[in-house]
Ligand binder design. Sequence first.
Ligand code: GTP
Ligand code: MG
Length: 189
Amino acid sequence: MLQFKLVLLGDSSVGKSSIVHRFVKDSFDELRESTIGAAFLAQTIKIKDTETQEDIDIKFEIWDTAGQERYKSLAPMYYRNANAALVVYDLTQKNSLSKAMSWVDELKSKVGDEDLVIYLVGNKLDLCDNVENRGGKEQEEEENKRVVTTQEADSYAKDQGLLFAEISAKTGQGVKEVFQTIGEKLYEI
Ligand code: GTP
Ligand code: MG
């Protein structure tokens, strides 16, 4: 079994803990408490070796960091030996993308991106305009809250050589695929 260390970074309340809980426990909590310090969770996935067609077990050791400013100095402890970083922003909060960009800069200067797979992740897609997320429901609370366009984040990610996805921890849309892609990418390296 292969083991990889994964870290989640990003502003407070963008949904880092919710993404990890969706992935590890397949659950979602509307009233999740803000993380103190950091939380550790582990999850194993299977990927296929594209040449041998053999199933490979990959264990992720996941550090879910606290986004509040007062914990910022702890982050290097968690990203230092990481194999992959999920840098998360909230599709409904403009400044959370700037915060994500500054994490990307910090990772590139302190870790070096040859050694680290960086995944830019826009969360809370369920609050956005995508037709396929709406399930045909036309309730008032489902108005489009998107403020960060797909194109804006995607072109930044391409420019920086990052993986990129928009997901929802609430509905689970795209969450498994992010971890699956990281597993496959790290297995290749
Ligand atoms: P810190 O621990 O403070 O850094 O925050 P965090 O990034 O871990 O955010 P957390 O997972 O605690 O989520 C913050 C709030 O956003 C919670 O009330 C969640 O229920 C909500 N939330 C998280 N993900 C989603 C999502 O995909 N959609 C919606 N609608 N709400 C979400
Ligand atoms: Mg948290």
